[in-house]
Design a protein around this ligand. Structure first.
Ligand code: ADP
Ligand code: MG
Length: 786
C-alpha cells in the first residue's frame, strides 16, 4: 500500500551536503509491523519523516495506495498527515499547556470533527492505551511511560492507516519499554506500523519485519514485498483550524505565563491610556462648551436691524490684481487711503415680502420673535380723577411665538414673581432686573412713588393703561391735526368706549440659570398689541390726511425737507429706537410710521430654540439673499457664531497634537509586541512542529500566533480602558479644584470601543511578521528543537 521508489534526500548546510537517503526503495504492506534498524545518522528518521509527509524527498516517488505524491500540494501533504498518519516520537512531543484530552483531540480538531464525537473517540483511545483514570491530568503530571501512551492515543485518535514511531521507547526503562511495545504490537494488528529503533532485540521480539539502514541505504530486509500494481482510489479530507481552536490553543498557552502577559499588556496599554485620557478630556471640555453655548448663546437672538452695517472691503479690494496690498510690508512709506472707498454702509431694507419669508421659518426652531416698531402708541393713565399721557417710548415688546400664546417665551426663560404670564395681547408684564430693581422713570410712569424705598408687588399687579385710537386721540383743527389736549378731554378719551384697556398682568425676572439677559427691565407689551394698534391706525383720519399730503406735515404744518426726503423716510438713523424725533418728523414716511401707517418693523430679533436651530435659522435667512445684489441683501447679526467657531477650533487642534504625541507610544508598543511574539514563536517551536505533524497548515500556524496577539491586544485594550475610567476620577477631582467644573473628563463609550479595536489591530500587526516566520518553520526542524 505504501511504496518508496528510488527516494533520495540530502541536506545542505553551508557548502556541505549530507546525503541522508540514497536511492531508497521500499514496499510496505497495509498491515504489518516493520522495524527500521541502523546506526545513528543512517537515515532512519529521515525515511520515517518522508513516509509521514513531514519532510519532502528530493527525487524518486512516494506512492500511497497506488497514487503518486509527486504532484502533491502543500495542503495535500497536510491532509495526508492528518488523515492517514499518526506519529509517535521518542520525546513524546505533547503540548504541555493543553490537557491530555485536548492533546489527543488535536488531530480531530484540525479536521473539524464535531465536539461530542471527538470527545468520545478520545475517551475510547485513552482507555485503550490504559489511561482511563488519568484523562483529566496535564501531561507534566504523568510519568514517561504514561506520556508515551498519551502520544500513542493521539496517533490513534484520527484512526489513521499508518503509525510511524521514531524510537518510541528510547527514553523509557526496560519494563516500561516492554509495555509500550506490547501496546504498539496490539495496534499493529490492523495497521501499518513503521518503528525506528536501534534495539535489535526489541525489533526481533515484537515486529514482523526488519529493515536495516546504513549510510542512507537499505542493506537488508527480512521480509521484502515484491512490486505490485495497485489501483488508485485514494481520497483525502482537507484540514483547517478554526480561529476558535487557535484562540483556545493560544489562550491556554498564555495562561502558563500570566505575569509576562499581564506586564506586556500593561506596557502596551499605556499609549491607548494616553489617547483615551486626551479624548475623554477634550470630549468633556467640548461637552461643557456645547452646554454653555446651548444655554448662553442660544439665548442670543439673530437680529435683523435697519441700522447701518458697515463692511470693511479692504480684503475684497485686495483681490483686485492691480490693487494688491501687502500685509506687514517691509517698507518705510506710509500709504494714504480713503476709508470711505474701503467701507460701505449697508441698509437693510425690510419689505413685506421679507416678512412673508420670515413667516415660512419652521416654528419648531424658534422660541420667540420680537419686533421693534417705530409706531407712537397713544397711551393714557388715570388716577381716577384725571388722565395723563404716558411716554410709551420706554415700553418694549417681548418676544412671542406667532399665533401661540404670547407668554410662551417668557415662561421658558423668566420666573413669575407675581400675577400671571401674559395670556392675551392686552396683558403687559413688568420685567425686573436681577436685584428686583426698576428705574425711577418707569416707577413714575406706573404712577407710583418713585422716592419710596420699596414698592409692594400688590401695588403694581393690575395697573391699568388705556390705548387710545388715532381717531379719538387726534382732532382736526383747520388743516392740521392736534392732540385732543386739555386735561378734561384726556379723561374723556380715557373713558372713551374705543379705548383699549391694557393691564400689568405679571411681574417677571430672568431665571437664575439663564446666563444672559436680552430683554431690558421695564414695562413690556406683546407685539400683538402693537399690530392691533397699527391695524386701526391705518384707517384713521389723520393717516389718510397725511397720505394725501405730500409736502406738509399734518401735525406741525411744516414743509417736509427735501434732503431728508431723499433718504426715503425709513432711513437708518431715523429708525433707531430712541433716536431723536426731529428727523423722523421731517419726512412724510417718518410721520406715517409714527402714526402707525406702516406695518413693517424697524428691527426683528429671532430667538432660536437651541444652537442647532440657530444654524438652521441662519441658513434660512441666507436663502433670501441668494442671487441678490449686495445692496439688496438683508444682513443679520449672529453674535453667538463668533464665539463658537473659536473655542471648538482651538480644542480640536490641541487634541490632535496631544494624540500625535501619545501615538508614538503606540509605535513603541507595536515593536514590543513584535519582540514578545517572536520570543513566543521560539518558545513554541516544538508545538509548531507537533501541530504540523498533526496536519496543521502553515496558515493555521499563523492563525495560532495571530490568536495570541489578538488575546494580548484585547486584554491590553480592555486594561487601558479600565485604567482610563479609573484615572478620570482623580483627573476630575483635580479639574474640579482648579476650574470648578465637575465631571469634565468623560470617555465616550464609542471612543472606548474604537480604541480597543485599534489596539487589537495594532497588536496583531505588531505580531504579524513573527507569526509569518512561525508558519515558515520547517516541521522537521521544529520537532527537533528543544
Ligand atoms: P538517524 O535517524 O538514522 O539517526 P537521520 O535520518 O536523522 O539519521 O539523519 C540522516 C543524516 O542526515 C544525518 O547525517 C543527519 O546529520 C543528516 N540530517 C538529518 N536532518 C538534517 C537536517 N535538517 N539538516 C542537515 N542534516 C540533516
Ligand atoms: Mg533518528
Amino acid at each position: 500500500m505504501l511504496q518508496l521508489k528510488n527516494i533520495s534526500k540530502s541536506y545542505t548546510t553551508g557548502d556541505f551536503t549530507q546525503v541522508a537517503l540514497d536511492n531508497v526503495s521500499l514496499n510496505l504492506r497495509a498491515n504489518e509491523f516493520v522495524a527500521i534498524l541502523g546506526p545513528s545518522g543512517s537515515g532512519k528518521t529521515t525515511s520515517l519523516n518522508i513516509i509521514g509527509g513531514l519532510d519532502q524527498y528530493d527525487s524518486g516517488d512516494l506512492v500511497i495506495n497506488g497514487k503518486s505524491t509527486q504532484q502533491f500540494s502543500e495542503s495535500d501533504w497536510d491532509a495526508y498527515r492528518n488523515n492517514s498518519v499518526g506519529f509517535i516520537f521518542q520525546s513524546y512531543n505533547l503540548i504541555n499547556h493543553l490537557s491530555i484530552m485536548d492533546n489527543v483531540e488535536m488531530g480531530m480538531t484540525l479536521s473539524g470533527v464535531p465536539a461530542t464525537e471527538k470527545r468520545e473517540k478520545a475517551r475510547i483511545v485513552l482507555e485503550r492505551v490504559g489511561l482511563k483514570d488519568h484523562m483529566h491530568k496535564k501531561p507534566n503530571q504523568l510519568s514517561g511511560g504514561q506520556m508515551q501512551r498519551v502520544a500513542i492515543a493521539r496517533a490513534l485518535a484520527n484512526d489513521p492507516d499508518i503509525i510511524l514511531a521514531d524510537e518510541p521507547t528510547g527514553a523509557l526503562d526496560t519494563a516500561t519499554s516492554e509495555q509500550i511495545m506490547e501496546l504498539i504490537k496490539e495496534i499493529a494488528k490492523d495497521k501499518l506500523v513503521v518503528m525506528v529503533t536501534h534495539n535489535p532485540e526489541l525489533a526481533a521480539k515484537y515486529t514482523d519485519r526488519t529493515v536495516e539502514f546504513r549510510d542512507g541505504r537499505i542493506i537488508s530486509d527480512s521480509n521484502p514485498l515484491p512490486e505490485q500494481k495497485v489501483s488508485s482510489d485514494y481520497q483525502l479530507k482537507k484540514t483547517s483550524m478554526s480561529f476558535l481552536t487557535a484562540l483556545k490553543l493560544s489562550g491556554k498557552n498564555i495562561l502558563t505565563k500570566k505575569w509576562r502577559t499581564t506586564l506586556t499588556a500593561f506596557a502596551s496599554s499605556i499609549g491607548i491610556i494616553g489617547i483615551a485620557l486626551i479624548l475623554s478630556l477634550s470630549n468633556g471640555f467640548n461637552k461643557q462648551i456645547t452646554n454653555y453655548e446651548a444655554g448662553a448663546l442660544s439665548n442670543f437672538p439673530v437680529m435683523i436691524n435697519y441700522s447701518a452695517v458697515s463692511m470693511d472691503l479692504t480684503e475684497a479690494m485686495a483681490e483686485d490684481p492691480e490693487d494688491t496690498l501687502t500685509e506687514f510690508p517691509d517698507s518705510t512709506n506710509v500709504y494714504p487711503y480713503d476709508p470711505s472707498e474701503n467701507t460701505i454702509v449697508h441698509n437693510n431694507v425690510i419689505t413685506k415680502d421679507y416678512l412673508v419669508h420670515l413667516e415660512g421659518l419652521d416654528p419648531k426652531l424658534v422660541d420667540g420673535t420680537s419686533y421693534v416698531r417705530s409706531v407712537n402708541m397713544n397711551i393714557l393713565k388715570s388716577d381716577g380723577n384725571t388722565a395723563t399721557a404716558v411716554n410709551a417710548a420706554g415700553f418694549t415688546s417681548f418676544p412671542s411665538k406667532n399665533g401661540s400664546d404670547p407668554g410662551s417665551y417668557l415662561e421658558k426663560y423668566y420666573d413669575l414673581l407675581a400675577g400671571s404670564f401674559p395670556s392675551k395681547d392686552t396683558d403687559l408684564v413688568l420685567i425686573l432686573d436681577k436685584y428686583n430693581r426698576l428705574d425711577v422713570a418707569t416707577v413714575e410712569t406706573l404712577g407710583l412713588d418713585y422716592e419710596a424705598d420699596h414698592i409692594s408687588f400688590d401695588e403694581i399687579i393690575g395697573k391699568e393703561f388705556r390705548l387710545i385710537p388715532n381717531d379719538v386721540y387726534y382732532v382736526k383743527s383747520g388743516d392740521l391735526y392736534t392732540v385732543n389736549g386739555s386735561a378734561s378731554n384726556l379723561m374723556e378719551m380715557y373713558n372713551s368706549p374705543d379705548a383699549v384697556s391694557v393691564k400689568i398682568a405679571g411681574i417677571v425676572r430672568l431665571q437664575e440659570e439663564s446666563p444672559m439677559s436680552t430683554l431690558s427691565a421695564g414695562i413690556s407689551y406683546s407685539d400683538g398689541l402693537a399690530q392691533n394698534f397699527i391695524e386701526t391706525a391705518q384707517n384713521s383720519e389723520i393717516v389718510k390726511a397725511q397720505e394725501a399730503s405730500d409736502d406738509i406735515n399734518v401735525l406741525t404744518g411744516e414743509v417736509f425737507s427735501k434732503t431728508a426726503g431723499q433718504s426715503a423716510g425709513v432711513g437708518p438713523s431715523a429708525m433707531m429706537p430712541g433716536a431723536g424725533g426731529s428727523s423722523i418728523m421731517e419726512t412724510k414716511e417718518g410721520v406715517l410710521t409714527l402714526l402707525g401707517a406702516s406695518s413693517i418693523p424697524s428691527s426683528i430679533s429671532i430667538y432660536p430654540v437651541d444652537f442647532d436651530a440657530k444654524e438652521e435659522i441662519v441658513a434660512y435667512l441666507d436663502k433670501w439673499n441668494e442671487g441678490l445684489s449686495s445692496e439688496d441683501k438683508i444682513v443679520y447679526t449672529d453674535m453667538a457664531a463668533l464665539v463658537t467657531s473659536l473655542s471648538g477650533g482651538i480644542m480640536n487642534a490641541i487634541t490632535l497634537v496631544l494624540i500625535a504625541f501619545a501615538s508614538i507610544s503606540l509605535v513603541v508598543s507595536m515593536i514590543m509586541i513584535g519582540i514578545i511574539t517572536y520570543i513566543s514563536v521560539l518558545e513554541r517551536t516544538k508545538e509548531i512542529g507537533v501541530l504540523r505533524a498533526l496536519g496543521a497548515r502553515k496558515k493555521d500556524i499563523t492563525r495560532v500566533f495571530n490568536a495570541e496577539t489578538f488575546i494580548i491586544g484585547s486584554f491590553s485594550g480592555l486594561l487601558a480602558i479600565g485604567i482610563t475610567y479609573l484615572l478620570t476620577i482623580p483627573t476630575n477631582m483635580i479639574i474640579k479644584s482648579l476650574t470648578d467644573l465637575s465631571n469634565v473628563s468623560l470617555l465616550n463609550p464609542l471612543h472606548a470601543i474604537l480604541l480597543i479595536l485599534l489596539n487589537v489591530l495594532l497588536t496583531i500587526l505588531g505580531g504579524f511578521i513573527p507569526a509569518k516566520l512561525a508558519a515558515r518553520k520547517n516541521p522537521v526542524t521544529a520537532l527537533r528543537s528543544e
